[in-house]
Design a protein around this ligand. Structure first.
Ligand SMILES: C[S@@+](CC[C@H](N)C(=O)[O-])C[C@H]1O[C@@H](n2cnc3c(N)ncnc32)[C@H](O)[C@@H]1O
Length: 235
């Protein structure tokens, strides 16, 4: 690429909202990360049988809209001390949006599907190799089951959990309570916390819900909570 291209790329990196730039420059950066708008589609039967079925995880795919994620990040007041995490991150767009439009010091995506995870890694590689984003802040994609990942230190969690079994969301809540760094973790989930959590619900402060557009519906409710009493364990 010629020097002019380099200058354009550097200016895009500077201009994203996370670095004080505009929404349009963010869209332009994202187009470099995802040059082909391809359908993510279903996982292969083999991947379903080996990765999803054994623990009855949901393989369904759909994405939150860019505007929806923008509202969510605003509601979370993501700042430079935050670690943002998308649990079930698919092709990684929400994670890259969090990196490009906020100052979060670290953003992380966890995805069970190898195929979707590979797409997320490719988008991140494109962002980095084009000199886009902020190289001083960490972006990470992990392949695996969210219930088995090390989530210590996350402070803002988003989970498009609509298709997940209630037990998965409950197990996730208990895990986050053990691993979140401190009180004040913000949790955004499409499936509300169930009454099955009983007295444990007292550790979550409900903060209402926000409607967001997603690829499968123009209005999906995302429930917002703040974790007020994590279980503090030695690290
Ligand atoms: C509805 S999609 C959400 C994609 C993206 N987070 C968004 O909102 O735009 C849910 C994703 O969760 C993934 N998933 C389901 N169970 C999982 C698990 N136990 N661990 C990690 N990812 C999981 C699915 O493969 C799917 O890609």
């Amino acid at each position: 690429m010629c020097a002019v291209g380099g200058i354009i790329r550097r200016s895009l990196a500077r201009q994203c909202p996370g670095n004080g730039g505009s929404w349009d420059s963010f869209l332009e950066t994202l187009a470099h990360c995802y040059p082909v708008e391809s359908d993510v589609g279903e996982v292969s039967l083999q991947e379903y049988m080996t990765s999803f079925r054994p623990r009855r995880h949901a393989a369904t795919y759909g994405e939150i809209s860019l505007e929806g994620m923008r509202s969510l990040l605003k509601a979370a007041s993501v700042g430079e001390d935050d670690v943002f995490c998308d649990l079930g991150s698919g092709r990684g767009r929400a994670v890259l949006q969090a990196h490009l439009t906020t100052k979060a010091r670290r953003v992380l995506g966890v995805e069970l599907s190898a195929e979707r995870h590979t797409r997320a890694r490719a988008a991140l590689d494109r962002m980095r190799s084009n000199g886009l984003g902020d190289p001083t802040r960490e972006v990470e994609f992990c392949h695996g089951d969210m219930l088995e990942q090390d989530l210590r230190g996350v402070s803002v969690v988003y989970c498009a959990s609509l298709a997940f079994r209630a037990e998965v969301v409950e197990t996730l809540f208990r895990k986050l309570r053990r691993e979140a760094c401190s009180a004040g973790m913000r949790l955004f989930t499409m499936k509300p916390m169930s009454s099955a959590l009983g007295s444990e619900l007292q550790h979550l402060e409900p903060r209402g819900s926000l409607p967001v557009a997603c690829s499968w519906s123009s209005e999906v409710e995302v429930f917002s909570y703040v974790l007020n009493t994590p279980i503090l364990v030695a690290k």
